[in-house]
Ligand binder design. Structure first.
Ligand code: SAM
Length: 243
């Protein structure tokens, strides 16, 4: 199955380089991802007519509804999901990335200036925010979504890399990693990782993943799916850390 991502933006060039690298490129090359960049200006009567002053006054311009609707209509297929990037949306996370990776079409609308005409909400299925801060435009947010979703598509990650153990995939953070050299600036690689004992390594990684989640993001542990072994490891960690 292929995912089509259509991006509606006044700055299509913004995406041209980033989509040529890493998992996004690999997913496109593997034919599981198609990215179409729609220049909003081409859907306006003249390129300049994509925005206008807000009714009621105030500073800033508003993206007009007709070009956005036309752009949506030009690509939307049955079952396609229309997403508006907005600081007022639901906060994007790994679970939502997984959900979007299951779709066949996502249409990303990038706002600019003060935002989009409110009446466009009639055609929007989901409002997505990438965090509680305000960006100048939806383009950088759309790139975040494209990146997080693309790397979950089959064939996007090489066999040497896998999303399975990444942070948030199991509700907790990922384990720490080390590579060569064995000693760096007096710091040694943990002995267990050199042991070749896969069961020990796996246990160590799970324990350290739990340890850093406890230290850095304890809030995640309340919602994480932890089994009996995890709970035992957590007890061990708490004793070790004097908690
Ligand atoms: N006046 C709007 C508000 O306060 O809700 C903010 C407009 S912002 C300057 C311009 C555009 O950037 C928005 O329409 C949206 O598409 C995008 N944007 C800004 N912050 C974002 C965020 N945290 N997540 C996703 N998109 C964002």
């Amino acid at each position: 199955m292929k995912l089509e991502i259509d991006v509606i933006t006044i700055f299509p060039e913004f995406f041209e380089k980033p989509i040529q690298f890493g998992p996004i490129k690999r997913a496109r090359d593997a034919g599981v991802l198609e990215i179409k960049l729609l220049n909003l200006r081409e859907f306006a009567p003249t390129p300049k007519e994509v925005d206008d002053y807000p009714f009621g006054g105030g500073s800033g311009m508003i993206l007009k509804p007709e070009p956005i609707k036309k752009a949506i209509d030009s690509v939307k297929k049955e079952g396609g999901t229309v997403v508006l990037l907005s600081p007022q949306g639901v906060t994007f996370n790994q679970k939502l990335a997984r959900r979007l990776a299951e779709e066949s079409q996502i249409i990303l609308i990038c706002g600019r200036y003060k935002g989009v005409d409110e009446r466009i909400m009639k055609y929007v299925d989901m409002e997505l925010s990438i965090g509680d801060y305000v960006l100048s435009g939806g383009e950088s947010a759309a790139l975040v979504v494209i990146d997080a979703v693309s790397r979950l598509l089959p064939g996007a990650l090489g066999s040497e890399d896998s999303a399975e153990t990444d942070s948030f995939e199991w509700g907790i953070l990922d384990a720490p990693y080390y590579t060569r050299p064995r000693v760096f600036d007096g710091m040694e690689v943990p002995e267990v990782l050199l042991s070749g004992d896969h069961a020990r390594i796996e246990r160590w990684r799970r324990k350290e993943a739990l340890r850093r989640t406890l230290k850095k993001r304890p809030d995640l542990l309340d919602k994480a799916l932890l089994d009996k072994k995890d709970l035992e490891l957590l007890e061990e960690i708490k004793k070790e850390e004097g908690l």
